[in-house]
Design a protein around this ligand. Structure first.
Ligand code: NDP
Length: 249
């Protein structure tokens, strides 16, 4: 349970990458300012987080299951937080999707919007009433540079982040009237499992519906150059965690 003066921070998608690093950084805060509720959709994946948290696990860091694509899971998670009181919500969970649109099935496109857009909407909808009532709170959303700029072959991912940016810009104005702040973080490439997962999907892709020139452009031009950009510009999840901590301080 949070001790007095500690801020309750709930973070989505803490099984890997940026979410895991934010959870650990806040839980290990020298002044113990945060009581971290690190959530993930499958608690069987908790080992990496628990190991990285070390002594903080069970003290300033606790775990809860949460699938941002499920109304029921979101409600259950927030209901199990004492008095539903969350000071800071960090919407980090997200999925990527790469490839020619012609080759991507509608089901995969909908999954991206369910996670990256409706996942954030669901969370904000659930925590907002309490924050408004208390006239205090901070909601952070992990967007992307692709929430600001379209990038070839990332059409659906880009669209999901643009949608989220639009929702948050609009919500932010309303929430500010209740002293609830909404911040967006827009990282460029970050070295996490995100890229690996997308590349695994790409490796399985058979390109139905796409013409030969598009497939060649994707495989021979886009993929090698995006790999180079990643290697040259990629930040670490720790960099983004530090930036997130600055935003909420
Ligand atoms: P990771 O793939 O390492 O982490 C994504 C996290 O989201 C995982 O914990 C994953 O859980 C979780 N997640 C996926 N779907 C759901 C769901 N339905 N419910 C709850 N959790 C879910 O990637 P990153 O750490 O890089 O990504 C974190 C955020 O940063 C994302 O929103 C991403 O869009 C954004 N971002 C990433 C960039 C990058 O280059 N890596 C650049 C810019 C922004 P599980 O293990 O269960 O799949």
């Amino acid at each position: 349970m949070a001790s007095s003066g500690q801020k309750v921070v709930l973070i989505t998608g803490c099984s890997s990458g940026i979410g895991l690093r934010i959870a650990v950084l806040l839980a290990k805060d020298e002044k113990k300012r945060y009581h971290v509720i690190a959530t993930m959709r499958d608690l069987k994946k908790k080992d990496k987080l628990v190991e990285a948290a070390g002594d903080a696990y069970g003290k300033t860091l606790m775990l809860l299951p949460l699938d941002v694509c499920s109304d029921e899971s979101v409600k259950q998670c927030i209901n199990s937080v004492k008095d539903r009181h969350i000071d800071i919500l960090i919407n980090n969970a997200g999925v990527g999707l790469l490839g020619p649109v012609e080759s991507i099935c509608m089901e995969d496109m909908k999954r991206v919007f369910e996670t990256n857009f409706f996942g954030v909407v669901r969370m904000i909808k659930e925590v907002m009433p309490d924050m408004k009532k208390r006239r205090a709170g901070h909601i952070v959303v992990m967007s992307s540079v692709m929430g600001l700029q379209g990038v070839v072959f990332n059409d659906i991912y880009t669209a999901s982040k643009f949608a989220m940016e639009g929702f948050c810009e609009s919500m932010g104005v309303q929430l500010l009237k209740f002293n609830v702040h909404l911040s967006m973080i827009e990282p460029g490439p970050v070295h996490t499992e995100f890229e690996t997962k997308m590349m695994e999907d790409v490796a399985k892709m058979e390109y139905p519906g796409a013409d030969a020139d598009t497939v060649r452009y994707f495989k021979d031009v886009y993929l090698p150059s995006s790999k180079d950009i990643f290697e040259a510009m990629g930040q670490t999840p720790e960099d983004i965690a530090k930036c997130t901590k600055k935003v909420i301080e």
